[in-house]
Design a binder for this molecule. Structure first.
Ligand SMILES: Cc1ncc(COP(=O)(O)O)c(C=O)c1O
Length: 412
């Protein structure tokens, strides 16, 4: 057979375990254990000192978790991957690795609610400033960067605003200034975009969403493309001075930050999400197609004031969306109705769509972000993050499109 690069789903499904299963099991059994035994004291000492690659303790590594990370690695073509207990843990661990007291993060205020809160409040308490800028304005982004900027951060498509920054341009600026580009790519899996084209150095993902395979559990991943030269930025060069002296972001993450914070993924979750990943491309493409059909239908309904989906001609992000994303830009869309009461009345009448938070479940979901995800935010903060009370976020699932449209028509 000619040596030809395998395609996305084949790579994930055909990815072999690091060690063959003793019984030849075709799916890796779940390693539901905490500790690993060694034949002698020398070998356990060597494993703890990273002189041999053995599992010692499941907070640090575990075969089921390894298997999941290895599937993400082949799916993303990244240099290194670590999975953690949630998408928020992925973001928190990443910023505990790059940020330092006196540093700043340049980002948009249009972020998932907990990420905004992490930057605005939690990291601020540790002396990390967040500079919220309009990422549509490249000059504003560039002028916010200084010698203490530890990262540019953004969501690939903002949740729930559906904005898309010009990442190819922004990443060129960051490269010149030696600032890593860290993107949250939760809303589009790896078969839908090219990390190189977006200039991503480090990626954080909530695997709870597309990856998990039908919302089977909470999880997160941090992905290092190995593209950033940490030693070129004086303030970040400490990342290269990690205990083992190896100049790798992921080495610091694995040997210090992740194991000290302890937000590891559970082997059960890793096992379920590894299985979920095998159908990732199928689910993503089908859900995105349903989202696109829903967006077109919703535009024709005169009870809907506005439909937001990046592929629609009415979206100011259509051009960049078409340039960056393969096919349809994911399964998240939003609609605006007259006011909050109208939103609640509409949502309460739905029978196929579920009223639930989360994204990219097999089930179609609706949520009113202003009263839920951002429900505890002050009026000023809601204005800052750009959340309106007449907005409903929709996550398209895998039900039949006619049934979904029928449900919406009845509810309206
Ligand atoms: C864009 C984005 N990032 C991060 C998260 C957090 O993920 P998790 O709930 O797995 O912590 C979410 C959750 O909805 C999200 O939408």
């Amino acid at each position: 057979m000619k040596d030809k690069k395998q395609n996305f789903s084949t790579k994930i499904i055909n990815n072999r375990f690091s060690k063959p299963d003793v019984h030849g099991a075709i799916s890796l059994p779940v390693y539901r254990n905490s500790a690993f035994e060694f034949p002698d004291s020398e070998s356990i000492a060597a494993a703890f000192q990273y002189k041999r690659e053995d599992h010692t303790y499941s907070r640090i590594s575990n075969p089921s978790i390894d298997n999941f990370e290895s599937k993400i690695k082949v799916a993303s073509n990244a240099e290194n991957v670590i999975s953690v207990s949630s998408g928020m843990a992925a973001i928190a661990n990443t910023f505990l690795t790059v940020a330092y007291s006196g540093s700043n993060i340049v980002t948009s205020p249009h972020l998932f609610g907990n990420t905004f809160s992490l930057f605005k409040f939690t990291l601020a308490e540790f002396g990390v400033e967040t500079r919220f800028v309009n990422t549509d304005n490249i000059d504003e982004v560039a002028s916010a960067v200084d010698e203490n900027t530890c990262a540019f951060f953004a969501e690939l498509i903002t949740n729930p605003h559906l904005e898309i920054a010009n990442f190819p341009e922004i990443s060129k600026i960051m490269k010149k200034r030696n600032v890593p580009v860290i993107l949250d790519t939760t809303v589009i899996p790896w078969c839908g975009f090219d990390a190189g084209k977006c200039g991503i150095d480090i990626e954080v993902v909530s695997t709870t969403k597309y990856i998990s395979g039908g919302a089977t559990g909470i999880g997160g991943a941090i992905i290092d493309y190995g593209t950033f030269d940490w030693s070129a930025n004086k303030k970040l060069a400490r990342i290269t001075n990690n205990p083992a002296g190896i100049s790798k972001f992921m080495h610091k993450m694995r040997t210090e930050i992740a194991r000290n914070i302890g937000s590891c993924m559970s082997p059960d979750t890793a096992s379920q999400q590894a299985l979920g990943m095998e159908l990732l491309q199928l689910r993503y493409e089908k859900m995105s197609e349903i989202a696109w059909q829903l967006a077109q239908y919703l535009q024709t309904n005169n009870k809907i004031l506005n439909v937001n989906y990046p592929k629609l001609d009415t979206s100011p992000y259509k051009k960049i969306s078409d340039a960056l994303f393969v096919g349809n830009p994911g399964a998240m869309l939003t609609v605006s109705l007259k006011d909050k009461d109208e939103c609640f009345r509409f949502m309460d009448r739905l029978q196929v769509f579920r009223r639930a938070t989360n994204l990219f479940d097999n089930k179609s979901l609706v949520i009113h972000p202003e009263s839920t995800i951002y429900g505890t935010f002050s009026r000023e903060m809601k204005a800052e993050v750009g959340i309106e009370p007449n907005l409903i976020r929709i996550s398209a699932g895998l039900e039949n499109i006619d049934d979904l449209i029928n449900d919406i028509e009845n509810a309206l």
